[in-house]
Design a protein around this ligand. Sequence first.
Ligand SMILES: Nc1ncc(C[C@H](C[SeH])C(=O)O)cc1Cl
Ligand SMILES: [Zn+2]
Ligand SMILES: [Zn+2]
Ligand SMILES: [Zn+2]
Length: 305
Amino acid sequence: STFYERYHSLEDIYHWINRTQQDNPNMVKAILIGSSYEKRPLYVLKLSVNNRPNKKAMWIDCGIHAREWISHAFCLWFVQNSLSFYKLNQDITRILDNMDVYILPVMNPDGYQYTWTTNRMWRKNRSVSKSSNCIGVDLNRNFDANWCTEGASDEPCTEIYCGAFPESEPESQAVANFLRSHKDSVQFYLSIHSYSQMLLFPYSCTLDEAENHKDLLEMAQEAAQAIRRYYRNTYKYGSGAKTIYLAPGGSDDWAYNLGIKYSFTFELQDRGRYGFLLPPSLISRACNEALIAVKTIALKVIEKT
Ligand SMILES: Nc1ncc(C[C@H](C[SeH])C(=O)O)cc1Cl
Ligand SMILES: [Zn+2]
Ligand SMILES: [Zn+2]
Ligand SMILES: [Zn+2]
C-alpha cells in the first residue's frame, strides 16, 4: 500500500512536510505558527496556486486529539490529493483557484508522539499542571467559547480538562493567534476528529442556534448526501450540542464567534467497531469520504461569497 494508506510517526510527518514543500515550491509553503508545550514545531502548510487580490482561504486542522490517527492521515491525504489533481479534477481546481488552503497536519505533536511511544489512547496535550500530578489539557475545551462550563471539567485528571484559562496551552494559543491574524481572509474553518461519522457545526457550547444555522445545516446535509451517494456510508449531521453532546471551549465554536461563519468539525470513521484504532486498510475509504464532504462544502462557500 502507498505512503498515504499508512499511519506515520511524528518524525515521518515532519519529513513529509519538508519534502512536500521542497517538491512543490510554487504551490506549497511551510509556515511555523508556534510550538507545543514540549517545544515541538507547529507547521501549517499553505497551498496557494495564484496571487489573486483579496483571495479567500480555508483552514483545516488535524490531530488536535492525539489518538484520532485517521485525522492526521486525512490532512496528508488532502494535501496529496490537492497537489495531484489540481488542473485534473474540476472541483479541486475550482477550490484552489478561488481559495488558499492552510493545513495544520499535527496540532498536538506531543500527544501524538506519546500515542506512538507510550499510550495509544492518549487524547490531550502533554502539559504539566501546577496543581496536580495528572498531565494534559483537552485542547478542544481550551478555546474561549463558554470556557469550562458544562461539558468540560476543571479537574486536570479528566479527559476533558479545560486548562487553567482560555488559550492557556501553547498549541491552542498558536492556532487562535494565526486565525485572529487571518480572520479577514479565512471563510471556512474545519477541524478533523474521529470517530463516529458525523459532520458537526456550531454550536456545541450551547443549545442556541447559530445565526446561519440554515446554511450550515444545508451544507452538512449535502456533504452527508454526497458520502452516501458515492460511498454508500452514513454520516449524521447537525449542531454539535444536539448531535453529539453539549461541550464548551471547542475550536469550531471559537472560530465561528471570531467571524468564520462556515465552521465545522468532522468526526471520521468508524462507528465504533475499531474506533480510534481504525486499521490502515480503511484509511483510503475514510479519507475519500471526508474529502468529498470537504469539497462539497468548500464549493458551496465559494458560491456564497
Ligand atoms: N466545539 C466542539 N466541537 C466538536 C466536539 C466533538 C469532539 C469529538 Se472527539 C470533542 O469531543 O472534542 C466538541 C466540541 Cl467542544
Ligand atoms: Zn529525522
Ligand atoms: Zn477529537
Ligand atoms: Zn471524537
